[in-house]
Design a protein around this ligand. Structure first.
Ligand code: AMP
Length: 182
């Protein structure tokens, strides 16, 4: 199920721009207005299910916190497991961690050391709402590989094309972005 330009417009128009959040100069893409729009959310999730049902995935890993919403829903639709990649200090068991630079600041992500241990060489899809500088996703993809699994693709609803995040990430995994923002 390829998305037509009208489909992409429905999804894109459902996302709200918040200028100067969380700091001056950043246009924050607010996906809460996509989530409470049943048509847009359902269209998006049907598209993702259709794209990924042939990928023979073992897990979907979602990035804290908006990647959890899309990732957990998609994992359930595909009948695979879901793994959270969280900001530092949130996961209760032994973790593996990576530091990274954000569009606004510096942060660290973590994964449980045994997140993929039930499947040898697990095929994992990484998902988040948006890729900006790519720092978060790059660190997350590295965490997946460090824990013995394979990040077969990373998927984003939105990509900021004026930053080089998507290009940078392509050196470690395939990248699929539904809507590019110029
Ligand atoms: P980056 O590591 O620079 O690619 O930043 C991506 C992460 O920060 C994702 O988890 C996004 O949800 C969040 N993020 C960065 N920039 C924005 C933005 N302009 N609007 C909404 N979320 C953003």
């Amino acid at each position: 199920m390829t998305l037509s330009s009208e489909d992409k417009k429905l999804i894109s128009d459902s996302i709200r721009d918040i200028p100067d959040f969380p700091e001056p100069g950043i246009v924050f893409k607010d996906i809460t207005t996509l989530l409470n729009n049943a048509d847009a959310y359902s269209l998006l999730m049907r598209h993702l299910k259709n794209r990924y049902e042939s990928y023979k995935l073992d897990y979907i890993a979602g990035i804290d916190a908006r990647g959890f919403i899309f990732g957990a829903a998609l994992a359930q639709m595909l009948g695979v497991g879901f793994v959270p990649i969280r900001k530092q200090g949130k996961l209760p068991y032994t973790t593996v961690s990576e530091k990274y630079s954000l569009e606004y600041g510096v942060d660290e992500v973590e994964i449980h050391i045994d997140a993929f241990e039930n499947v040898e060489n697990a095929r994992v899809l990484l998902i988040d709402d948006l890729i900006a500088t790519g720092g978060t996703a790059f660190a997350a993809a590295n965490l997946i590989d460090k824990t013995g699994a394979n990040c077969v693709e990373s998927c984003f609803i939105l990509g900021l094309n004026f930053l080089d995040g998507q290009e940078k990430l392509k050196s470690v995994t395939d990248v699929y972005t539904i809507i590019g923002i110029d």
